[in-house]
Ligand binder design. Sequence first.
Ligand SMILES: [Zn+2]
Length: 287
Amino acid sequence: MNIFKHLLILSLFSTYNYAQKIELRLQTKHIKNANVLLILAKSSQNNKLYAILNDRKTAFNPHPFKKNTFYALVPFHYFMQEKQHQVIITYTVDKKEFFEGFNIELSEDSYLSEEIKVSSSKVSLSVSNKQRTAKEYKEAIDVYNQVSQKSFWFDDFMYPLESKVTSPFGTKRVYNNTTKSYHTGIDFKAPLNTQIKASNNGIVKISKNRFYAGNSIIIDHGHGIYTCYFHLNKMFVNVGDFVQKGDIIGLSGSTGRSTGPHLHFATFVNGIQVNPINLINTLNTLN
Ligand SMILES: [Zn+2]
């Protein structure tokens, strides 16, 4: 064989070897609604790694604890109906683009269900309260949709207090056989003025009184992860404050639309509301 030909083959081979696929690992292929799918990618650089689900793009971020590893949290919306989904992962190695598709089976989690007597859309609010709630809703959605590239946490996530769950996440609110809404957080038993702790390090993005949620604190932990603490009696942090895991951010109460003192704890990932237990369990597998 001609030596040049030999070299050519050798160089082609090494090029091919360099532009090799990235090793991807999906935590599961059977997901529940309002849960997150964790995907790990082994690489020394980001390689423009994205996970795409129904046209929603989720960026991979550096793994908080493992070198040469990236992770993505793909949230599945509570109201997703279709059973079969495809998550497509895209990345670039040596200017070569790769696409890998994974079939994911979605099933409904065993959420409780309760009949409601009046549809929430029929509960009449005054014009000014309607404007207020619409403004507050938009303000929060705009916060949840901000995905900061930096993460602020380097430890497990914790619950904001140690107490009994009085109402779990996800309970369906059924009116005329149709699920109108669902319980968007976990309610913890919390007598008035119980200390409420930050679930992890982060930056306070909302700290104010809101119509439904009452005194509300929303913390951005980075990488699109948010925790929310509602119906507080007292708030000890302001927008822009950096809080550390376990810091006392407020005291529990019954402000806003609430029937008695408790803590409503909610979580968002990449703009989608998810089950806090699933999110915390998933995040804590990283460490
Ligand atoms: Zn609640």
